[in-house]
Each structure stands twice: as structure tokens, then as C-alpha cells.
Design a protein around this ligand. Sequence first.
Ligand SMILES: [Zn+2]
Ligand SMILES: [Zn+2]
Length: 426
Amino acid sequence: MKRLYSQAQIATEDSAKLSTADVLVEGEQILAVEPSLSGVQDCEIIDCRGKVMLPAMFDIHVHAREPGQTDKEDIASCAEAAINGGVTGWVMMPNTAPAIDNAATVRAVLESAARTRLAGNIFTSGAITKGRQGQELAAIAGMKDAGCVMLTDDGFPVDNPQVLRRAMEYARDYDLPLASHCEVKELSGKGCMHEGSVSYALGLPGIPSISEEICIARDIRLAQYTGVHLNIQHVTTAEGMRTIARAKERGVRVSCEIAPHHLIFNHEHIGNYDTHYKMNPPLRTAQDNAELLQGLRDGLFDVIATDHAPHTPFEKNQDFASAPFGITGLETALPSLYHHFISKGELNWGHIVKYYSAAPRRLMKLPTVPIVKGGVAEFILFDPSRESLFDLQFMKSRSCNTPFLNQSLKGLVERVIFRGRELLAR
Ligand SMILES: [Zn+2]
Ligand SMILES: [Zn+2]
């Protein structure tokens, strides 16, 4: 049966404005998008007045924890968390146990992904080096044949510049983006938060901004030298952002990610040693928050990506220095961006469509999913007048390590349509 989504406020890439329209869907396809389709017969009508309809999100930085760490998450629970957040496609990171560093493991995780409700739209990256040890290159050609779409040792940088150079040459030749978690380990040391006034006050070892910024500069120089497409993951400092912007101006093939938590929070939020604010790279300063947000508006970032990183309560309930790095993000990203920025006029829906739906798909060489006649029906409905309460009942991820735990945010992902099928309606 056809479905008519009536009078939705439709968001499009690069437009700050929403336009009201009726959207008719049959099977996988959008049959029509018109100001009014009220004459259409034999269809289910869904009243979308006041609701924002936007192309579904795509997240290129997700830790699904499979294989080997399924007490934190697995691909099936991660898919449900993604749907809950309006994300219909994502790229998993290879820092699993064992690492995704060979063709057989790439195939295994893709088979697991094919059993979820997002079958066909979950992708995997592969490790740059065997076991992510930074020593020997992983079997890059075999992983590419098996379906790997990106290379990264995320969680770690590749310390040895010669190893990284060779990896970049392979990645270039096999046409795979290489994603860098930028950090100089000697500078980070045993740091567990941003090095600055708050780390001094709390008596915690710090990770200085230069740890990230120096590695960004090095990796950009290597990318320029080798010609690879370099993607800088989770940029947290304004200086790092500007280094990347200057490289783009010189024509270096470099893209970069911003995570919602690095826009919303800073080191002062850690306050009472709350491990839900511990991640790597760490929360920086309020000044960084402001400059990164302006950078996003100015087009200095290519994509929003959450770095969804589930950990069990048992692991996070340790003292701040001992707890693992990382927070979940798939379920909270959209409401948190709406609550903190869109509802205040600091970002608009066009930014969200561009940076969290269209650009990430293009970066992965996938088709985008604009809401147009003849397009694939892959969109979400977001109700700004409702609230999301992130309690244990709401969240589908196996883990709940988020600063938003048991908090409410403005806005709710109300429906999720994936290739014509309604995966969520509430
Ligand atoms: Zn990382
Ligand atoms: Zn990560």
C-alpha cells in the first residue's frame, strides 16, 4: 500500500529553510513530492504537520565492538541503536578483538551486518596494520576485495611514518580513504583528559592539544606526498581544524570529522570526575567549542560523525584515570544537535543534511538520499515539539555510557524509513 506523508517540513542540503510538501511512497520509491497530493486515493495517510522530514543520517565512525567485545555492543544492537537515532547506514571501526585486519574478518562482520534491519547499508573499515600494532601492514588488497571501504587503526595513530607512508601508497592504489586517529603517544602519555586548568585542578594527567595537532600536520604532509585521500577523525582543537583548512587550500586530499560531543561539551563538564565525559581525543576548552562550531558553519568540516564507542557500566564505573575512553553517540546525536544548536538558530537543518547525511555518503562513494521524486525512500521524521528522554528503556545500544543518560533533550526521532520500510514509528 502507498503511504502519503502529509505536509512535512522537508529539509534539503545547503538550504537553511524548510519547505512544506506531501511525499508519496510506494515500495522503496518516492513516487511524488508536491505541495499537495490530497487527491491521491488508496493510501495510508501520515499526518506530518510540524514535523521535519530529512534524508536519513549516515555515520562514518562507529564502534560496533564485534567481534570479541559483545558485552559492550554487537552489530545487531548497534543497528537498533542507529535506527533509534535516525541513522540508517554506518561504517564500523576495526579496533575489535581480534582486529578487523584481514579478509576473513571483513567478510564475517559484513555477514553479521547483513542479518540486521539495516542489511546492505552497514560497511566496515579495515585496520592499517596487523593487530593495529603499527608494525606490519595488514592485508589491504584482500580486505578491499572482501568489501572493506576505509583503512584506519582508530584508537591508535600509526606511529612509524615509514609504515604510514607505505600504507598510504597502498590505500591510494586501492582507492581507499585512510582515516587517522591523530595523536603523538609520547605527548599523550598516561593522559586521561585535556591538559589545562581543569586537569591541573582535578590532579589528573593531561593530553595536550599539541599531541593531536602535531600528528595532524605530519599526516597531512604524508598525504600530500603520497596523494592518498586522508580523513582526519574526530578533530577537537581549533588549531588542528585550521591546519586542515590550510591543507585543503593547497589542494591536499584531506577531509575531516567533527563529533557532536566536541561541539557541545568541554573539559569543565568533567567536574566531579564523571567518566561519561572521558573520551579520546578529549573534550577541550569552551573556546575550542565556539571555534569548531563556527568552523562547521564555515564549511571547514566535511562530516559529522559520532565516534559511537560503547562501554559497559562495569568499565565506566571506575575512577576517572582507569575508565576506558569513549561514549555512545548514535542515539543522541540528532536530538543533541537540535537541542543545543538548531533550536537556538546556531545551526540549521541544511547543515545536518549536508554533514550528517549527504557528505558522509559521498565520502564513502555511495549515492545520497534526497527527498525527491524518483528517489529511494530513506528518510526520517523528527518532531521538534516532543522530547527524547535517554533512559535505559529508550536506548537500544547495549551500553549506556553517555553524558545524556537519564536526561531529556528537545526533539524526537519519530519515524525512520529505510528503503521504503518503516523501521521505527512512535
Ligand atoms: Zn579515535
Ligand atoms: Zn573511534
